[in-house]
Design a protein around this ligand. Structure first.
Ligand code: NAD
Ligand code: ZN
Length: 372
C-alpha cells in the first residue's frame, strides 16, 4: 500500500510506574507477520495494575512495556509468506502467542494457553497492542466480517475469557448460576450465562452502580449488594435466599426446598468472595474461579470437602476467537454494551487513568479511533 502512515503512538508503562505516550516510526512486518492499524483497544484491570505496580505477580517491567491486549483493527501490510489475511481485512488480535512446537505437549494437544513459553503481548518482555501500528504473527490474527465494529472486535478478548470459562464450567440451560463480581469480566460472564439459558442468575458486587449496570444489561438478573463486614457464611445464606425467592422455592436443589447455584462463576479473586462462593454453591456443584488475587489464600476447606464441591480455575483462553466472532456477528452476544467510555489514542494516558479512578464510574474503557 502506498498510503502514507501517520505517526505511530504507543502507550507504555515504565519501571518507575509512570505512563508515557511514545512517538515512533511504524514498524515493518517481517516474514509471517502482518502490520495492523489498530483501531480500538480495551483497557483491562491488568493494564492498570502493570502501570501502578510496574509489574504483576511474577512479571516485572524493567524498562518500558507497551500496555494493551484487547485490540482490533485493519491489516495494512503483509510480510513474506502470509496467506491467511489480506490487506484491508478487519482483524482481531489474539494476544497470546505460544511456541507452537511439536515438542511442546501443551501446544501439541491444543492446550496452547498453558504453553510455558507463551508470549503474551503486554506482559513483559512482550510489548502490548495499545499503539497505532502493531506487527503481529499473522496466524494469531482472526479475520472478522466487515460489518463488525472496531469496539466489538476489541471486546472479543474479554469475551474469549468468558467463553473459555463457559465451556470449562459447562453452563447449561436451566442451571441456577451465581456470578460474584460485576466488573467487566463479571458482566461479560453474565451475558454468556444468559445466552446459555442459565436461570436464575444472581450477581454480587460491593458497588451499587456496577450492579445497576448489570441489571440494565440483563433485566432478569438478581443483583445482590454485598456487605463485606458480614460473615461469608451469612452472605452465602442471603444469596441462597435470593435464588429461592427468584424461583418461588420451586425446583429446589438444596436442603429444605432451598435453591442453590449449581455453578458459581467467581469473578473477583478476592478471598472473602471466594469464601462466600464456597458456602453458597450447591453440594456436588462447581466453584469456577476466574478471578485472580493474592498468591496464597485461605478457603473454607472442610465445607468444600464434606460437600464434594468441585473447584476449577481458568487461565485466559484457547481457540475461542472463531466462536466469539460467530456469536457477536450473529447478534447472540451484544458485548459492546459493556463500553462506558471512549478516548482517542492521543488521550490514551487519560483513558487508563480514567479506568483506574475508582471515584469515576466505568466498566469498560475503550481507546478508539471513532472514524469507522
Ligand atoms: P474488576 O476489578 O473490574 O471487577 C471486580 C469486581 O468485583 C468489582 O466490581 C468489585 O467491586 C467486585 N468485588 C470486590 N470484592 C467483592 C466481594 N467481596 N464480593 C462481590 N464483589 C466484589 O475486575 P475484572 O476486569 O472484572 O476482572 C475480574 C477478575 O478476573 C480479576 O481478578 C481479573 O484479574 C480476573 N481475570 C482473570 C482471567 C483469567 O485468565 N483467569 C482473565 C481476565 C481477568
Ligand atoms: Zn508451546
Amino acid at each position: 500500500s502506498s498510503k502514507a502512515l501517520q505517526e505511530n503512538l504507543t502507550l507504555k508503562a515504565t519501571h518507575e510506574a509512570k505512563l508515557v505516550l511514545v512517538k515512533s516510526e511504524a514498524p515493518k512486518p517481517g516474514p509471517g507477520q502482518a502490520l495492523v492499524h489498530v483501531r480500538a483497544t480495551g483497557v483491562c484491570g491488568s493494564d492498570v495494575h502493570f502501570w501502578q505496580h510496574a509489574g504483576l505477580g511474577p512479571w516485572k517491567i524493567t524498562g518500558e512495556t507497551a500496555l494493551g491486549h484487547e485490540s482490533g483493527g485493519v491489516v495494512i501490510a503483509l510480510g513474506e509468506g502470509v496467506t491467511n489475511v489480506s490487506v484491508g481485512d478487519r482483524v482481531a488480535i489474539e494476544p497470546g502467542v505460544p511456541c507452537g512446537k511439536s515438542t511442546c505437549s501443551y501446544c501439541r494437544t491444543g492446550q496452547y494457553n498453558l504453553c510455558p513459553t507463551v508470549d503474551f503481548y503486554s506482559v513483559p518482555p512482550a510489548d502490548g497492542t495499545l499503539t497505532r501500528y502493531h506487527v503481529h504473527p499473522a496466524g494469531w490474527l482472526h479475520k472478522v466480517p466487515d460489518t463488525m465494529t472496531f469496539a466489538e472486535i476489541a471486546l472479543l478478548e474479554p469475551l474469549s475469557v468468558c467463553l473459555h470459562a463457559t465451556m470449562r464450567a459447562e453452563l447449561r440451560l436451566g442451571m441456577p448460576v451465581l456470578i460474584t463480581g460485576a466488573g467487566p469480566i463479571g458482566v461479560v460472564q453474565l451475558l454468556c450465562a444468559e445466552a446459555s439459558g442459565c436461570s436464575p442468575i444472581v450477581i454480587t458486587d460491593l458497588s451499587k452502580e456496577r450492579l445497576d449496570f448489570a441489571k440494565q444489561l440483563v433485566p432478569d438478573v438478581v443483583p445482590l449488594l454485598i456487605d463485606p463486614k458480614r460473615a461469608p457464611i451469612d452472605t452465602a445464606q442471603d444469596i441462597i435466599a435470593a435464588f429461592t425467592q427468584a424461583t418461588q422455592g420451586v425446583g429446589g436443589t438444596g436442603n429444605n426446598g432451598e435453591v442453590m447455584p449449581a455453578v458459581t462463576m467467581e469473578c473477583t479473586g478476592v478471598e472473602s468472595s471466594i469464601a462466600v462462593a464456597s458456602y453458597a454453591t450447591q453440594p456436588a456443584g462447581l466453584l469456577f474461579i476466574i478471578g485472580v488475587g493474592k498468591s496464597e489464600q485461605t478457603i473454607p476447606f472442610m465445607h468444600l470437602s464434606t460437600n464434594e464441591i468441585n473447584i476449577k480455575f481458568l487461565f485466559r483462553y484457547r481457540d475461542t476467537w472463531p466462536r466469539a466472532i460467530r456469536l457477536v456477528a450473529a447478534g447472540k452476544i451484544d458485548v459492546k454494551r459493556i463500553v462506558t467510555s471512549r478516548f482517542p489514542l492521543e488521550r490514551a494516558k487519560e483513558a487508563v487513568e480514567h479506568a483506574a479512578d475508582r471515584s469515576k464510574f466505568s466498566v469498560k474503557t475503550l481507546i478508539i479511533d471513532e472514524d469507522e
